[in-house]
Ligand binder design. Sequence first.
Ligand code: HEC
Ligand code: HEC
Length: 306
Amino acid sequence: MRRILIVLSLLILGLVACRQAAIETINVDELSAERQEASEKVLKQNCQSCHAPFADTDTRLAPPFFAIRKHYLKEYPEKGDFIKAIMAFVDKPSEEKVLMKGARKKFGLMPPINLDIDVLNDLAIYLYDEEQPSPHQPGSDVEIQSPESEVKRLALSTKKVLGKNLMQALSKGGKDYALSFCNLNAIRLSDSMSMQLGSLIKRVSDRPRNPGNRATEAEAKLIQEYQKMLTNGEALEPRIVKTATGLKGYHAITTMSMCLQCHGKKGADLDPSFYEEIKKLYPEDEAHAYGLDEIRGLWVIALDSL
Ligand code: HEC
Ligand code: HEC
């Protein structure tokens, strides 16, 4: 038994050492057009749901890359140092590595994002070489909101609370903790949000984990429609629909890498023994086998009650 333990710890140490060694030997080449495009896509799929470039301060989950790039360029003007610092942070965020103390305090520590070393290296080169869009603040406070933008605002601010809680749970206690947390808090969240926002807001899915979140037939159709639009690269604008029970606003919920450890493919992103735990809580679970950037469900907002 001892021998096995020793071999196991050596193996784990070896793996960690390998990953660090890989970050030591980085690549600083200019990216080909193809790799640049690939990096842009990685950024969109794995980072921008939190680091949204144009979100306003109310709905933001993390600072925009424009600001991150500025801080890192100032601290690490050398390309190699910049790339190493970005890679080290994304691979394993820690208090010591944080440059943006204000953002850390406001949003909590970022959870680690698991990317292939080469993909992460290219992404860091991309962030060094390319200017990132600067968020300009339209005078949203004074504008009268259209119903569409109101749906978007409510969905995003709910997502912000949920995402922030989930992120904190994931970085604090791992996914087992996040699971029990998510389970209880998803419900508490929609209650407190509906009180706070004076509206009825909920999440539904055509492949729900909690059977209480099952989409109606019409909602399932809308999910399919959004899935098609996403595949075609079209913008997922919110929808306003008149239903038998009143005016409803819908906003698509898409998957990103953080979601897949609970909603991904068994044996790939979703650990099979962890999935056993999920099944104990949700014996009828259908919310697994998702990939990146798929429609996971909808936020539904009852607009009549606004
Ligand atoms: C789940 C939300 C989330 C995702 C996804 C995410 N981040 Fe972050 N990120 C944060 C938060 C919150 C902060 C600010 C707090 C901190 O520094 O930890 C942050 C900060 C950063 C910082 C600055 C750290 C510093 O020194 O202060 C970098 C660099 C960064 N993220 C890169 C990335 C990249 C690259 C990706 C995609 C591969 C990514 N992030 C995906 C939430 C996220
Ligand atoms: C730590 C595990 C975990 C992570 C990570 C996670 N979820 Fe979930 N998710 C759950 C659980 C558990 C439920 C069931 C909650 C309930 O009982 O209402 C759920 C429910 C949902 C629902 C409601 C519909 C349904 O299936 O019941 C949506 C939509 C959803 N998750 C989307 C996401 C998205 C998008 C992400 C990534 C941003 C994500 N989840 C990340 C565990 C997780």
